[in-house]
Design a protein around this ligand. Sequence first.
Ligand SMILES: Cc1cc2nc3c(=O)[nH]c(=O)nc-3n(C[C@H](O)[C@H](O)[C@H](O)COP(=O)(O)O)c2cc1C
Length: 198
Amino acid sequence: MHVKSASNDYPIHPHLKERWSPRAFDNRFIEPEKIRSLFEAARWSPSAGNIQPWYFILGLKGTETFENITKTLDEFNLLWAPRVPMLFITVASKVNSNGDYNHTALYDLGQSIAHLTFQAMEEGLYVHQMSGFYPEIAKTLFDIPENYEPVTVVAVGYMGRADTLHPRMAKGEVKPRERRKASESVFSGKFNMPSSIF
Ligand SMILES: Cc1cc2nc3c(=O)[nH]c(=O)nc-3n(C[C@H](O)[C@H](O)[C@H](O)COP(=O)(O)O)c2cc1C
């Protein structure tokens, strides 16, 4: 099994250092209590006005929901994601209770997945998020109502062996994680002016 660590410039929590997005997952099932903890972590994420615009359609391998989620995947993700033990679709509620557009719905949904991902590391699980899927197919298959938007498909499981992957994915599985420097993202004064803290 391949473990990728962040080559961080400054100290970070071990779960953030060791987290990465594998495509090779073990076919071992995930204990239900761990699954509950993942969504509990998502549940306690903050959101604008405490609207909690996040919804999830959970598919465990072997169920019809899981099969239907695989039908939403694009050609690339179909090469690996159907082998994971758990997939779920994230859905954002786009309007608040007054019917007004909630412009932070995607932000809040993403943050709930960040919390879930951190909890996954605590449980010894890995998470791989995907935008490569067809939301329209998801809307039809799962009767997702108007004003609700399927945003990503998320794979969760125990890490597996890279040599079980389709050849197209083999290199990426062992490639070091890369990021631009924090000084290229954190500005002060004007956009693009690096903060003196770095
Ligand atoms: C919103 C989102 C969409 C992504 N979509 C895909 C995808 O469709 N297929 C895939 O294999 N990886 C996908 N990824 C994984 C990213 O490629 C990966 O997170 C990025 O390369 C950084 O690697 P790391 O997570 O291992 O640090 C996605 C990640 C995010 C957050």
